[in-house]
Each structure stands twice: as structure tokens, then as C-alpha cells.
Design a binder for this molecule. Structure first.
Ligand SMILES: NC(=O)c1ccc[n+]([C@@H]2O[C@H](COP(=O)([O-])OP(=O)(O)OC[C@H]3O[C@@H](n4cnc5c(N)ncnc54)[C@H](OP(=O)(O)O)[C@@H]3O)[C@@H](O)[C@H]2O)c1
Length: 163
């Protein structure tokens, strides 16, 4: 099965200048917890926005560039998104789609679960989470609204499961 992990601002912003517009350490911890020991599918830009190869996770990087290489046994480069959907949408393991916007857009119809972090603030940005019809999902878990101690941002974790 395919699951999305994403953090979204009130105005749907998810990124700016190929970075996250915010730093919420508890959100990064949650991301680490849910993706540890899992396969993660990401666009080439999202990969390049990471600080490096993330430990204990397999990185599947999607690019149209046939010459794109990353020297790590934790990385697989894939050029055909549809083959990934075919391979992983029906498998028993949970495979994470971790962005960015182009990749979310492509995978959204096929995901069973969305691990959403909502950030209760508008942000300036250049990358947006695509529109989701949440009528197709039920809320499996919703946290209380937390406040980040360092920046005062309010955020909530919500797990959606496709009905
Ligand atoms: N808030 C969050 O939770 C979150 C999570 C992840 C990322 N982000 C943010 O999102 C931004 C990046 O998102 P983005 O939409 O610009 O880029 P992206 O989705 O990460 O990557 C886009 C790249 O994926 C490849 N690609 C897209 N469609 C393809 C297809 N059909 N076949 C093969 N390859 C394909 C292309 O790579 P090539 O150009 O190499 O061909 C394309 O340039 C950053 O700001 C990042 O910080 C936010």
C-alpha cells in the first residue's frame, strides 16, 4: 500500500526555494518514526532538499534524467512512475510517498493513507499540496493542537485512511 506523508500550511504551501518553509522538530520526529525501515518514494527535487541520505530508509528517487546517479546502496533511481504505482499500490508493505508536489499529485489517486501535519499559519511559498477530496477518506487519528516551543507555530497531526 502507498501512504503519503506531508506537512501543509493553511494556504496549502509545502515548500519554498526547494526547502521546507518551517522547522518543527516534533514533525521531523514523527516523519522519522513513521518512515523508519520503510521505502520512501520522492521526486528528484524533494531528494535534493534533504540534508542527505536518511538512515534506516530506502530512497526511491524519481527523475526523467537517465544520467542521474546517487552513489548509495540506500538509493534506487526510477524513471517510470506508473511502474512504481503498479508495483507498490497493491503490496502488503507500507510504502511512503514523501513529496514534493509533482510526486504527490501523481500518486494521490492511489494512496490508502495520508499522514498529514497541518500548520495553522499561512506561509509564503512556491510549492503547494494538490487538492485532496477528503470525502474519500476517514480520520483515523487526530492529535491535539500542539505549539512548537521555539517558533510558536501551532500544528496538528491527522491520519486519513481511504474509505
Ligand atoms: N511540506 C512537506 O511535507 C514537503 C515534503 C516534500 C517536499 N516538500 C517541498 O516540495 C518542494 C519540492 O517539490 P516539487 O514539486 O518542486 O518537486 P518534486 O515533486 O520533489 O520533484 C519533481 C521532479 O520529479 C521528477 N518527476 C516528476 N514527474 C515525473 C515523471 N512523471 N516521471 C519521471 N520523473 C518525474 C522530475 O525530476 P527531473 O527534473 O530530475 O527529471 C521533476 O523535476 C521543496 O520545496 C520541498 O521542500 C515539502
Amino acid at each position: 500500500m502507498l501512504s503519503i506523508s506531508v506537512a501543509v500550511a493553511n494556504n496549502n504551501v509545502i515548500g519554498i526555494d526547494n526547502k521546507l518553509p518551517w522547522h518543527i522538530s516534533e514533525d521531523l520526529k514523527r516523519f522519522k518514526k513513521i518512515t523508519s525501515e520503510k521505502k520512501m518514494i520522492m521526486g528528484r527535487k524533494a531528494f535534493e532538499s534533504l540534508p542527505g541520505i536518511l538512515p534506516n530508509r530506502e530512497h526511491i528517487i524519481v527523475t526523467r534524467n537517465k544520467n542521474y546517479k546517487v552513489d548509495s546502496d540506500k538509493v534506487t533511481i526510477v524513471h517510470d512512475l506508473d511502474s512504481l504505482i503498479k508495483e507498490y499500490s497493491k503490496c502488503d508493505d507500507e510504502i511512503f510517498v514523501i513529496g514534493g508536489a509533482e510526486i504527490y499529485e501523481h500518486f494521490l489517486p492511489y494512496v490508502d493513507k495520508i499522514y498529514l501535519t497541518t500548520i495553522d499559519e499561512d506561509f509564503k511559498g512556491d510549492t503547494f499540496f494538490p487538492e485532496v477530496n477528503y470525502d474519500e477518506f476517514k480520520v483515523e487519528y487526530k492529535s491535539e493542537k500542539f505549539t512548537d516551543e521555539k517558533n510558536g507555530l501551532h500544528y496538528t497531526f491527522i491520519d486519513y485512511k481511504r474509505i
